[in-house]
Design a protein around this ligand. Structure first.
Ligand SMILES: Nc1ncnc2c1ncn2[C@@H]1O[C@H](COP(=O)(O)OP(=O)(O)OP(=O)(O)O)[C@@H](O)[C@H]1O
Ligand SMILES: [Zn+2]
Length: 409
């Protein structure tokens, strides 16, 4: 009982809730637990309950905990699974996206039959079968500055399992504003990183007051499914350790390089006195997160002239003879997976290797994935070759207009 009261007092303090009679509150929680927590729970969780760090009290804390997971994608999927397996009593899920077949190599809580279904709904269906003792609450829309506080305030701790910097700052600011511990991870390519914000340590803004320019959230980067999987698992581990009062990754970060097998724990700098999130100087519902965290991928290259542009429908009418050169400037990995007849590959990064002398009297048509790098390639060649054309919209637009079944990479 005494241990419970201390734990509950901690929770109340964390959430800035003042209760006159904390003992009464603790007693009512205990009653709730006594009514809810029985043989069924012990049978299911006994293999972890016999661990000295968990025990009956720890398992009951886990049962009482309310954990919010934002994003039911690559990181969220294993986090949801393992937190439900561990017996977290209430799990909230926020995601407005629906299941796509290209998600399934990593988002293992979804399945083939649930393509097109909202991801929270799909995850809830899975958890209901997997562990019916868990109450899953779904928010089937994206988190925004308008709804974040209202959702977060119902939970004890937050997991960031999203993939874009604007949402990362929004989640950080809201969790810090409400004094909720935040477990935050990200993964791209073969890499992943994870830490815990708040809890007297730094927050995301303490570390990155300006949005890092290298942050990418575009699906262009590619990801090996195990990497977000690992990060999601460690997020679940951190969440449970916060609940049972064990040491966590606060002020530390795990960095994983899966292709080189490098696993590092680095120390982070502490909370910053001038951090506007930690100082609670941000009006979350008025803050423009999209402009603050504009990403490289969201920018599109404008047409600045000096070369010509052509639409696919006109390009397809052109006689392809020896005087016509077709260039695909996408990365070679993408070209090797899917290509259009007649196009040769020269990745944009190597455009300076284009044989100008050999081709300067020809018509050169350039395409890429969406029409941005091809514009840059045209800009590079426009003073060297008089007839350079950018094919507007790249192969994505071709697929949409002329071959709807073609996979978009
Ligand atoms: N503001 C937000 N609120 C809730 N969920 C979000 C928000 N922003 C992103 N997400 C979700 O976070 C998840 C991130 O998952 P993941 O990184 O695996 O990428 P994805 O968007 O599912 O896939 P892909 O990038 O291949 O299209 C997605 O399900 C996405 O919908
Ligand atoms: Zn901060």
């Amino acid at each position: 009982m005494k241990e419970y009261i201390v734990y509950l007092q901690g929770l109340l303090k964390q959430n800035n809730i003042q209760f006159e009679q904390e003992e009464d509150f603790a007693q009512s929680k205990l009653n709730q637990i006594n009514n809810e927590f029985g043989y069924e729970h012990i049978n299911r969780y006994k293999r972890q309950m016999i661990l000295s760090e968990i025990g009956l009290t720890g398992q009951q804390k886990i049962h009482l905990a309310k954990v919010l997971i934002v994003g039911a994608g690559g990181i969220g999927a294993p986090a949801i699974y393992y937190l439900a397996g561990a017996g977290v009593g209430t799990i909230g899920l926020v995601d407005g996206d629906s299941v796509d077949v290209s998600n399934l190599h990593r988002q293992i809580i979804h399945n083939n039959d649930r393509q097109g279904m909202n991801k929270c709904e799909s995850a809830k269906k899975q958890i209901n079968q997997f562990n019916p003792l868990v109450n899953v609450i779904t928010y089937q829309h994206h988190l925004s500055s308008e709804n974040a506080i209202d959702i977060f305030k119902n939970y004890d701790l937050i997991l960031d399992a999203t993939d874009n910097p604007a949402t990362r700052y929004l989640i950080n600011d809201t969790a810090i504003y409400l004094n909720k511990p935040l477990v935050s991870g990200s993964s791209v390519g073969w890499e992943g990183q994870i830490t815990v914000y708040g809890m007297q340590g730094p927050c995301y803004r303490c570390l990155f007051p300006q949005c890092p320019k290298t942050v990418q959230n575009c699906n262009e980067a590619g990801v090996f499914g195990v990497m977000p999987g690992l990060i999601g698992l460690i997020e679940a581990l951190q969440a449970v350790k916060i609940i049972i009062g064990q040491q966590t990754l606060s002020q530390k970060m795990i960095l994983i390089d899966g292709i080189r097998d490098v696993y590092k724990v680095v120390k982070l700098r502490g909370q910053q006195k001038d951090c506007i999130a930690c100082q609670k100087q941000i009006k979350i519902n008025e803050y423009d997160y999209a402009s603050f965290a504009q990403t490289i991928c969201s920018t599109s290259i404008p047409f600045r002239g000096g070369y010509k542009e052509i639409e696919w429908k006109d390009f397809l009418q052109i006689q392809k003879n020896d005087n016509v050169v077709l260039l695909d400037v996408r990365p070679s990995q993408q070209y090797n997976i899917i290509k259009l007849d007649g196009f040769k590959n020269l990745p944009y990064q190597q455009i300076d290797q284009f044989q100008v002398e050999e081709n300067k009297d020809k018509e050169v048509y350039i395409m890429c994935r969406r029409g941005n790098n091809s514009r840059l390639a045209c800009e590079f060649l426009k003073d060297k070759i008089p007839n350079v054309y950018n094919i507007v919209g790249g192969i994505d637009l071709y697929a949409k207009g002329f071959d709807p079944k073609m996979p978009l990479l």
